[in-house]
Design a binder for this molecule. Structure first.
Ligand SMILES: NC(=O)c1ccc[n+]([C@@H]2O[C@H](COP(=O)([O-])OP(=O)(O)OC[C@H]3O[C@@H](n4cnc5c(N)ncnc54)[C@H](O)[C@@H]3O)[C@@H](O)[C@H]2O)c1
Ligand SMILES: CC(C)[C@H](C(=O)O)[C@@H](O)C(=O)O
Ligand SMILES: [Mg+2]
Length: 369
């Protein structure tokens, strides 16, 4: 059996708490013969800054380049509000995404039947929801230059962020979205702001060209991003795959998370291209949520987004689709039995903390054999 090199970067806040639960699942898969893992661990975010003065060290980056997959908890928190912009915790995560060229960020929002009541929308709007947001992750306003704050002569300040997209960046993310749509309901909504942004004009044009030349069997619709946000909360089940840029994808995926009950439910996969020589695809898996400083250290965090991210690693990096199905079924099983962390709790359910939820998922996996 192949041994998969896994790098764990727990990070800050609830990151280490949810990572502890995923470690149990990794251990279970290993000891039950589903997979063999060699595991390394390192610091990222504020934890790395405190130790090394940078939010990710070159040594940790070298481990990231060497790994078959990276699992990241979360970064950030008020403790680092005043550190320099270039060394803030989030910059560690951005360096990983950029240097590893993880341009395709898949954020599936699935509403488990047992959780339809936990959504902020009515049950009939979210029951059976299965949307995939495909977010461009290495371009756009996150990385465009110039990115500055300057002092003006009159004592005012000017801040500049720059949104830049080149056509190849749009082409490759569009292909990922169309290819994934073919494995689902074959529908893509591409979203941007072509009514005000030049990058939106190019985005719409390139997505249409890729569609016309390679994917005309897939249904394509263009929606303006503000309208898409509105449609996501008006009638979310109209969507199958949404493809969008870095910033709109960040915002729309937090919105989609609440449709499923909680930000604590949404996993994600950040993927690069398949490399020609090794045949390997660089990949980082992380929950969509952040370090949640308001609940950190209290044992309250929902570990399902983190455990679901391991499920995505099993599917996209390790070819362990069957084991990933088992893990998804175990998560659905514990939710159906009424186990709930505080963020998805409702009357009459069994309230558990982070470790309680992790243990319940392990017990359910054990039953499945
Ligand atoms: N990928 C990442 O590492 C990532 C993602 C988002 C935000 N952040 C960082 O995290 C810090 C806090 O950001 P924020 O508060 O805006 O967003 P957040 O996602 O950390 O938290 C938003 C809300 O959701 C709740 N929440 C989040 N995850 C949860 C979970 N697993 N279980 C239960 N409740 C959960 C939190 O308690 C909070 O009320 C910031 O520094 C931000 O930059 C990091
Ligand atoms: C922490 C931050 C840099 C990150 C982003 O904005 O991409 C986060 O919000 C996310 O959704 O992964
Ligand atoms: Mg975000």
């Amino acid at each position: 059996m192949a041994t998969h090199k896994l790098l764990l970067l727990p990070g800050d806040g609830i990151g280490p708490e949810v990572m502890a639960e995923v470690k149990k699942v990794v251990g279970w898969l290993d000891s039950h013969g589903f997979a063999s893992f060699s595991i390394e661990e390192d610091l990222v975010g504020g934890a790395a800054y405190d130790e090394n003065g940078v939010p990710i060290s070159d040594d940790a980056m070298a481990k990231a380049f060497d790994a078959d997959a990276i699992l990241l908890g979360a970064v950030g928190g008020p403790k680092w509000n005043t550190v320099g912009f270039d060394v803030r915790p989030e910059a560690g995560l951005l360096r990983l995404r950029k240097d590893l060229q993880l341009f395709a960020n898949l954020r599936p929002a699935v509403c488990y039947p047992a959780l339809a009541e936990a959504s902020s929308l009515k049950r009939d709007l979210v029951e059976g929801l299965d949307v995939l947001i495909v977010r461009e992750l290495t371009g756009g306003v996150y990385f465009g230059e110039p990115k500055t704050i300057t002092d003006l002569l009159d004592g005012q300040k000017r801040a500049v962020d720059t949104q830049v997209y080149e056509s190849y960046e749009i082409e490759r993310i569009a292909r990922v979205a169309f290819e994934l749509a073919r494995t689902r309901s074959n529908r893509v909504v591409s979203t941007e702001k072509h009514n005000v942004m030049k990058t939106g004009v190019l985005w719409k044009q390139v997505v249409s060209e890729v569609h016309g030349s390679e994917f005309s069997d897939v249904q394509l619709e263009h929606q303006l991003a503000d309208s898409c946000g509105m449609q996501l909360v008006r009638n979310p089940k109209q969507f199958d795959v949404i493809v969008t840029d870095n910033l709109f994808g960040d915002i729309l995926s937090d919105v989609a998370a609440m449709l499923t009950g909680s930000l604590g439910m949404l996993p994600s996969a950040s993927l690069g291209s398949v490399e020609e020589i090794s045949g390997r695809r660089r990949a980082l898996y992380e929950p969509v949520h952040g370090a949640a400083p308001d609940i950190a250290g209290k044992g309250l965090a929902n570990p399902i987004a983190m455990i679901g991210s391991l499920g995505m690693a099993m599917r996209y990096s390790f070819g362990l689709g069957e084991a990933a199905d088992k893990l998804d079924a175990a998560i659905a099983g514990v939710l159906a039995q009424g186990y709930r962390t505080a963020d998805i709790y409702s009357d009459g359910m069994t309230r558990v903390g982070t470790t309680g939820m992790g243990d319940a998922i392990l017990a359910e996996l054990g039953k499945a054999g």
